[in-house]
Write a protein that binds this ligand. Structure first.
Ligand SMILES: CCCCCCCCCCC/C=C/C(=O)SCCNC(=O)CCNC(=O)[C@H](O)C(C)(C)COP(=O)(O)OP(=O)(O)OC[C@H]1O[C@@H](n2cnc3c(N)ncnc32)[C@H](O)[C@@H]1OP(=O)(O)O
Length: 304
């Protein structure tokens, strides 16, 4: 685990800037009854993520703001881990809702430029950051809800799958799934395990082999997302579901969550370094690099 401190150093170096104490993101002011002072709220942001914690409800909103497509770059992943750790250690926070501040895209998944044309050391550092993000999110003690307000392929889908509940905007133009096979790459075992735990083995096997992306209404049919709502109702719905989950005693819910997820988490923890080495040797193959370059070219051509 020699290079693990690299991510720890990045986390330590990266500043988390406090914002004002009375932020307006997610329309808090609009929800407040007239004449009453705003409930205590704390907000912080870094370059790619905005967080607002409402102390009265114990609920934080984490919004991804890394245009154009919220790709999960090394910087994004580092900032995500910092923000989540801050909330995890804050006794006032019991639940987090994740959403995008970028229109039409929840997250485009792992940043392909981090996996293409870089050194082996870079691939290893990047993959440790991907592992760290998943271990923290899937293993979080807080209630986690993905408010999927846009397309969410591959790593973006993993973020949603790692939450306790997924609510997606009902727009059929927004799609979600683990489409790695379409890029000529393979979802690692812990992506697969997370997927199987949500949709079951048969659907996961077929979807992973075909690299399927599902429009929101299709994703609902087999439980990849838990419900669909019109975009303007997403925040309200996420808050309502959160309130339902927070009505239970934390210790009972947390122990149950841990019991359900422990085997899958432990598997990566036990094979973490091996998984890094597998990733590095796989991604640095010339044939895989060629597939990634072709995929990026295809994305560019689609625009013209
Ligand atoms: C033996 C087994 C061993 C296994 C070892 C492990 C193996 C490796 C595992 C790797 C797992 C990988 C997981 C991933 O997440 S890979 C990423 C998958 N993501 C995608 O396929 C999404 C691609 N993007 C899109 O489909 C569209 O961009 C999107 C629908 C998200 C948005 O469309 P829109 O039309 O709005 O925007 P553009 O396509 O024009 O994109 C804007 C610019 O953003 C760039 N872009 C998009 N996605 C990414 C990305 N994921 N990474 C980096 N850059 C991205 C796109 O190229 C445009 O750039 P330019 O403006 O410069 O052209």
């Amino acid at each position: 685990m020699a290079a693990v401190p690299t991510l720890a150093r990045r986390i330590a170096r990266s500043g988390v800037r406090p914002l004002c104490r009375w932020p307006l993101a997610w329309g808090r002011a609009a929800r407040q009854p007239p004449g009453l002072p705003l409930a205590p709220c704390r907000a912080f942001s870094n370059n790619k993520i905005l967080v607002e914690l409402d102390e009265s409800s114990g609920v934080a909103m984490m919004k991804f703001k890394s245009p154009p497509v919220n790709s999960l770059s090394l910087d994004f992943l580092t900032e995500f881990c910092i923000s989540l750790e801050k909330l995890e250690n804050d006794r006032a926070c019991r639940g987090v809702i994740f959403a995008s501040a970028v229109p039409r895209i929840f997250s485009s998944g792992l940043d392909i430029t981090e996996m293409s044309g870089k050194s082996m050391e870079h691939y290893a550092e990047f993959w440790r950051a991907v592992q760290e993000m998943w271990l923290r999110l899937y293993g979080s003690n807080m209630v986690t809800i993905a408010a999927v307000n846009g397309s969410s392929p591959a790593g973006g889908c993993l973020v949603a799958l790692s939450c306790d509940y997924r609510i997606m905007v009902e727009n059929p133009k927004f799609s979600i799934g683990l489409n790695e096979a379409q890029l000529g790459i393979v979802a690692p075992f812990w992506f697969k395990d997370t997927f199987v735990n949500v949709v079951g083995h048969r659907i996961a096997e077929r979807s992973l082999q075909l690299g399927s992306l599902y429009p929101a209404p299709e994703a609902l049919k087999f439980g990849l997302v838990d419900e669909l709502v019109p975009e303007e109702k997403l925040q309200e719905k996420a808050m309502a579901v959160m309130a339902q989950w927070l009505a239970l005693p934390d210790h009972a819910r947390q122990l149950t969550k841990s019991m359900m997820r422990k085997a899958v988490l432990d598997r990566l923890v036990a094979h973490r370094e091996e998984d890094v080495q597998n990733f590095v040797s796989f991604i640095s193959k010339e044939s895989i690099q060629k597939s990634l370059r072709m995929y990026m070219e295809m994305l560019k051509k689609k625009k013209s």
